[in-house]
Design a protein around this ligand. Structure first.
Ligand code: GLU
Length: 421
C-alpha cells in the first residue's frame, strides 16, 4: 500500500514544489516552462516477484522516476526501504535534476526505490530482487539513458548485480550503466567517500565566510550510514571537532570531541554508535538541538521541521541527506539567521564522483585518487561560490539561490533545444 502523507509528515514532493515556486517566481519563469519543469518525464512502477528462501513467492513494488533528461541521461540513486513511496521517489528525482544542474554536470535527474526491508532479506533474496528490478527497467536505463547509483540501503554489491544483469541482456559488459560500483568492476576511487568529502569542502567554504577555524568548529552529525560516517571521518581528519553523532539505534555526545577513528572501530563491532564508551548517551531528538557550530543531517527527509527548528542552536546546517529540512522549518531558520548549505549543493559530491566514474567507464581509462579528489574539490568550491554570489546578488538565501541557478540552467537548455512536436 502506498503511504499517504499526513499533516505531521510533509509530502516530500510538495516540499520540493514550495521551494521551486519561490525560485520560479523570482526568475519570472513562464507558465509553460513551469509546467515542463515540474512534470516528471517518465514514472515507472514495477511489480517484482521474488521466490523467497522458504519457497514462498512474494511480490515487491519498485519505482523509477526520470524527472528530466533535458541536460543529459537521467542520474540518481536507488533506495531500498519499507516506507518508500512514489511521491518520495518523485521528489528525489526532481532534486537530482536540480543537484546535477547546480554542480553543472551533463545529467538530468532520476531516482528509484523498492519497497522492502533489506535487513529482513537474505543475500540471495536481495540479489533476486535487484536483478528482477533491473530486468524490468532494461529498456529505460543505460549509459545514455538513465544511470542509477547507490542511495539509502544500497551499496557497491547491489550496483554490481545491476551492472551484471544489464550486461547479460546487452550481451556485453556495460560498466557505465550504473555508478558506485566495486573498484574492479569499473568503479572509481574516491566514490565511496565522495558525498562526505563534498560536505567537508562546502563546510570549509562556509566557515571561512564566518572567519571560523576548523579546530574551534563543533559539529553534530545525524546518521552514520555512508554519508554520515564518511563526513565524520573526513571532517575529523581535517581537524573539526565532532561532538555528537546519532544513528537509528541511538545517539552520543561529548562536548570535548569524539575520536572518530575509535568510534568507527566501535561501530564495526557493535553496528551502532550507541554504547561508545568515551561519550554520553542522549536521544536522537535532543542531539539535534544541542549547541554546535555545524549541524550535519545525513539521514532521511523531514528531520528538521517547524517543531524543532526554533530550538536548533547551530550556526550552519550542512545538508548531507536529501530533503532533511521542511519548507516551514526553512523560514524559521532563515529568521534565526542560520546559514543553510542546501542538499542540492551540500551532498552533490556523490553524484559528482559518479559523473567521474561514468566518464572513466566510457573512456576505459581510470584516474588516481589525487585526480578524483582535486577535480571534486574544484567543482564543489566553484559551485559553492557560484551559489553564494547568486544569493548575495539576488538577496535570497542559499537554498533559493541554488534552486534559481538550477532552474535557470535547465530552463535554458530546454529553450535552446526547443520542443519537438
Ligand atoms: N544517491 C546519491 C544522491 O542522492 C547519489 C546519486 C548518484 O551518484 O547518481 O545524490
Amino acid at each position: 500500500m502506498e503511504k499517504v502523507a499526513s499533516q505531521t509528515e510533509p509530502n516530500p514532493f510538495e516540499e520540493m514544489v514550495q521551494r521551486f515556486n519561490i525560485a520560479a517566481e523570482k526568475l519570472k519563469l513562464d507558465d509553460g516552462l513551469y509546467q515542463v519543469l515540474l512534470t516528471p518525464d517518465r514514472e515507472i512502477g514495477v511489480a517484482i516477484p521474488v521466490l523467497m528462501d522458504n519457497g514462498s513467492l512474494k511480490v515487491f513494488k519498485g519505482y523509477r522516476v526520470q524527472h528530466s533528461v533535458a541536460r543529459g541521461p537521467g542520474k540518481g540513486g536507488i533506495r531500498y526501504a519499507p516506507d518508500v513511496t512514489l511521491d518520495e521517489v518523485r521528489a528525489l528525482a526532481a532534486w537530482m535534476t536540480w543537484k546535477c544542474a547546480v554542480v553543472n554536470l551533463p545529467f538530468g535527474g532520476a531516482k528509484g526505490g523498492i519497497v522492502c526491508d533489506p535487513k529482513k532479506l537474505s543475500n540471495a533474496e536481495l540479489e533476486k530482487l535487484t536483478r528482477r528490478y533491473t530486468a524490468s527497467l532494461i529498456d529505460v536505463i543505460g549509459p545514455d539513458r538513465d544511470v542509477p547509483a547507490p542511495d539509502v540501503n544500497t551499496d557497491e554489491r547491489i550496483m554490481a548485480w545491476i551492472m551484471d544483469t544489464y550486461s547479460m541482456h546487452a550481451r556485453r559488459t556495460v560498466t557505465g550503466v550504473v555508478t558506485g560500483k566495486p573498484l574492479d568492476l569499473g568503479g572509481s576511487v574516491g566514490r565511496r567517500e565522495a558525498t562526505g568529502r563534498g560536505c567537508k569542502i562546502v563546510c570549509d567554504r562556509a566557515i571561512s565566510r564566518f572567519g571560523m577555524k576548523r579546530e574551534n568548529t563543533r559539529v553534530i552529525i545525524q546518521g552514520f550510514g555512508n554519508v554520515g560516517s564518511m563526513a565524520a571521518h573526513i571532517l575529523y581528519g581535517a581537524g573539526y571537532s565532532i561532538i555528537g553523532v546519532s544513528d537509528v539505534h541511538g545517539a552520543i555526545i561529548n562536548t570535548l570531541g569524539i575520536n572518530i577513528t575509535k568510534l568507527m572501530a566501535h561501530v564495526h563491532e557493535a553496528k551502532t554508535v550507541a554504547g561508545f564508551p568515551d561519550a554520553e548517551p542522549i536521544s536522537g531528538e535532543e542531539l539535534l538541538v544541542q549547541p554546535c557550530d555545524i549541524l550535519l543531517p545525513a539521514a532521511t527527509e523531514n528531520q528538521i521541521t517547524h517543531e524543532n527548528a526554533g530550538s536548533i542552536q547551530a550556526r550552519i546546517i550542512c545538508e548531507g541527506a536529501n530533503g532533511p529540512t521542511t519548507a516551514q522549518a526553512d523560514e524559521i531558520l532563515f529568521d534565526k539567521k542560520v546559514f543553510i548549505i542546501p542538499d542540492i549543493l551540500a551532498n552533490a559530491g556523490g553524484v559528482t564522483v559518479s559523473y567521474f566514474e561514468w566518464v572513466q567507464d566510457r573512456q576505459g581509462y581510470f584516474w588516481n585518487l589525487k585526480t578524483v579528489n582535486e577535480r571534486l574539490e574544484e567543482i564543489m568550491v566553484n559551485s559553492f561560490d557560484t551559489v553564494a554570489s547568486y544569493a548575495d546578488r539576488h538577496s535570497v538565501n542559499m537554498r533559493i539561490a541554488a534552486y534559481m541557478l538550477a532552474i535557470d540552467r535547465v530552463a535554458f537548455t530546454i529553450r535552446e533545444r526547443g520542443i519537438y512536436a
